[in-house]
Design a protein around this ligand. Structure first.
Ligand code: GDP
Ligand code: CA
Length: 342
């Protein structure tokens, strides 16, 4: 083939395939940052987010997928920036009616706009579509600039163990949202995981990625839940691209949420280095090659080198899309340096 000027046409550069493993709010912020970074770079890219489904539940006969919705609303730009979850300009008139009838869940806010999503999703599921197709149809309404893949289409529910008895477990959202984590978590279980497998496209999105990133999501009940689906951990371990993670812990605390309680429950240290070592180096039966810590945790870089993980210290607070994009750029730069070194 020749160009109009008669010279050979440059080989088209294939799109950069970026896959992010994501929970809800932290994952959504990072996904927005990654999308902006890729747009800024000018390189054609395909962004895929593999999203945790362990928090999904039925409420009032409707299928609610908190993390998928956080990422969809976040990428669509219709999320409530202050709360971090749900829709902007939301009202709760339907919930108030349900409560008046005595059938509402007063501990879980279902906004009116949000209910529209759950009704549409539930209708499609009842028509027999899988969650992946349903998510694709819901997403197609917006210009997300990314493909959202549920980690699994099976029901794999995160249960929080709060006692020794067979019935001493709670759905994760009940533990966290209803009881504000009042009962200490003794551990986390994935009900239904044994019979589950990755959702359509998930293994391909991991195997074919040029860049694989663990978002700064909850390492136990968001990323850990994804990795606990049979086949997922092995897929990440055998991915051909570098695997880079971003710390959700800055200093000795998460930016928000209950990651500290979750890490403590599984005996992991609540620190940027502790989370990286919880994931472990791929060269040592773990999952990650590289890890971003916040500049205030720069001392972790040397420690992690000893654990076989290449770490870099960069600002990790996603207080704007631009800063989140800088984080995503740092993740890609770290991965590139590992690819060259490897
Ligand atoms: P959830 O499913 O809604 O709980 O959200 P995720 O699991 O995706 O994300 C929760 C994690 O995001 C928490 O552990 C937070 O520490 C982390 N997070 C939220 N905002 C930021 C941020 O600005 N920077 C970093 N590094 N982590 C953040
Ligand atoms: Ca979640």
């Amino acid at each position: 083939m020749t160009s109009p000027a008669g010279g050979p046409t440059a080989e088209a550069t294939p799109p950069l395939r970026v896959t992010v493993l994501s929970g809800g709010v932290g994952g959504a912020r990072f996904a927005r940052g990654m999308r902006r970074h890729l747009a800024r770079s000018g390189r054609e890219a395909a962004l895929t987010c593999i999203v945790n489904t362990g928090d999904d539940m039925w409420l009032n006969g409707l299928r609610v997928c908190p993390d998928l919705d956080s990422v969809m609303y976040g990428l669509a730009g219709v999320h409530d920036r202050d709360r971090g979850w749900g829709r902007a300009d939301e009202t709760e008139r339907v919930s108030a009616e349900l409560l008046a009838y005595g059938v509402g869940a007063d501990w879980f806010t279902l906004g009116d706009l949000d209910l529209g999503t759950h009704i549409a999703r539930s209708q499609m599921l009842r028509e027999g579509l899988g969650l992946t197709e349903v998510t694709s149809r819901l997403s197609s309404r917006w210009d997300l600039g990314a493909t959202l893949l549920p980690a699994t289409e099976h029901s794999v529910e995160t249960r929080v163990r709060v006692g020794d008895g067979p019935d001493d477990t709670l759905h994760f959202e009940e533990w966290w949202v209803r009881h504000r984590a009042a009962m200490p978590a003794l551990g986390f279980e994935q009900a239904g995981a044994d019979a589950a497998g990755p959702g359509p496209g998930v293994l391909e999105a991991i195997a074919e990625a040029d860049l694989l990133v663990l978002a700064p999501s909850n390492p136990i009940v968001s990323i850990g839940t994804i990795l606990g689906i049979p086949g997922l951990r092995e897929a990440v371990r055998s991915a051909s691209s570098p695997v880079v993670g971003v710390s959700p812990i800055l200093g000795d605390a998460p930016v928000l949420g209950m990651a500290a309680q979750c890490l403590t429950a599984v005996g992991a240290e609540v620190s940027a280095a502790g989370v990286a070592e919880h994931y472990g180096a791929r060269t040592r039966d773990g999952l990650i090659d590289g890890w971003l810590v916040d500049t205030k945790d720069a001392a972790a870089v040397d420690r992690l080198a000893g654990s076989g993980i290449a770490a870099r210290a960069v600002p990790l607070l996603m207080s704007s899309d631009e800063l989140a994009a800088d984080m995503a750029a740092a993740a890609q730069a770290l991965a590139s340096s590992l690819r060259v070194a490897g």
